[in-house]
Design a protein around this ligand. Structure first.
Ligand code: 3EB
Length: 342
């Protein structure tokens, strides 16, 4: 069993349309300006309508591929594809379908329902471990019913984990939760038969332990997860921002926020290297996705990252909203190392 990531930011994609290669595509995402109609694919694709920054083309395609054949399926609105012990799924949930009833906002209800469906699929497939989740929602910082929408999302997510008897602290997936201009709640995920090792950041309070001033339920994610497959180690780094302890630092200063976020990435990678002891992840060898709140800040962010990363480092920059109003940039990443003694 193996899992590989590729994007047309860096290396050329395998000719995904070609039959033999397509068999081994688990799923992917399409990021950028998605105005034009997209041809249907044989695998689930998460559409991320976040304008790209400093990129030659309008959109970028990312793919997860595996070493063996995949089977597609549909379950309660989730498009998924499975290869042996790994499953990639995507679902979109229309919030208005969950009209705000009683105390519950429609986003909270939609989020709860989306995660219930994911957990039911995982049970049906016999794949109990959630490794990585990508969450996108519109108007993430807008307050409705007296609560910011990101915090409403956190209530729905947390309650779903609890409702299914899952841990809401400790053994939780790596994740990102990003704001887009418009569109439905969109969630992509990788679930698997084997457990991932959650990694925390010694510079930060675990997100699942954030104090109540950041919302009635804490965010349910770990800073990273480390996955060991037959012949590889894969690291999924969650969205990482300019937070020390549990507080935002350097409000209003894009260069300092970029440095601090990168310092957090470095700390998480160091922690992953300490816990893995089998392979070493090097900062310039990771694949990055960087979300910048204000497009005008892009050159400043790129400048800070270029000091610590290589010319050859794969980085995709996109404009999107971050989950706290005072955060200007968020960095996520992934990397795979081959094990010598496979
Ligand atoms: C933070 O560290 C910044 O709610 O899924 C980063 C990664 C953030 C994931 C999530 C939120 C999430 O709190 C925000």
């Amino acid at each position: 069993m193996n899992l590989a990531f590729c994007s047309d930011v860096g290396r050329p994609l395998p000719t995904a349309e070609a039959g033999a290669e397509g068999e081994r595509v688990l799923g992917g995402s399409l990021i950028g300006c998605l105005s034009t109609a997209r041809p249907p694919q044989r695998w689930p694709v998460q559409a991320v309508a976040a304008p790209l920054l400093g990129h030659a083309s309008d959109t970028v395609q990312e793919l997860w591929t595996t070493g063996s054949e995949c089977q597609s399926g549909e379950f309660e609105g989730i498009a998924y594809r499975r290869s042996r012990g790994i499953l990639f799924g995507v679902l979109e949930v229309d919030e208005p379908a969950f009209s705000a009833s009683g105390r519950e906002s429609s986003l909270q209800g939609a989020t709860e329902e989306a995660y219930h469906r994911i957990f039911r699929l995982m049970t049906a497939q016999g794949l109990p471990h959630l490794w990585r989740v990508w969450n996108y929602l519109s108007d993430i910082n807008r307050e409705t019913n007296g609560l910011e929408r990101y915090r409403q999302f956190n209530v729905g997510r947390h309650d779903a984990f609890v409702a299914f008897g899952r841990a809401a602290t400790g053994d939780v997936p790596a994740a990102c939760t990003i704001g887009l201009r418009q569109g439905p709640l969109s969630i992509a995920f990788i679930a698997a038969r084997t457990a991932a090792l959650p990694i925390e950041n010694p510079r930060q309070v675990s997100a699942y332990h954030y104090p109540a001033e950041y919302g009635p339920r804490s965010p349910t994610f770990s800073r990273a997860v480390l996955v060991t497959l037959a012949s590889q180690e894969t690291l999924f780094l969650s969205g990482t921002a300019s937070i020390v302890g549990y507080q935002t630092v350097h409000p209003g200063d894009i260069a300092e926020q970029s440095r601090e976020a990168l310092a957090n990435v470095e700390a998480v990678v160091a922690e992953a290297n300490r816990q893995s002891r089998r392979t070493i992840f090097a900062l310039p060898r990771l694949s990055y996705r960087v979300y910048v709140r204000h497009a005008a800040d892009f050159p400043a962010v790129r400048k800070v990252l270029s000091k610590r990363l290589d010319q050859a480092t794969e980085i995709l920059f996109a404009q999107a909203d971050i989950c706290r109003q005072d955060l200007l940039v968020e960095i996520e990443a992934m990397a795979s190392n081959t094990l010598e003694d496979g």
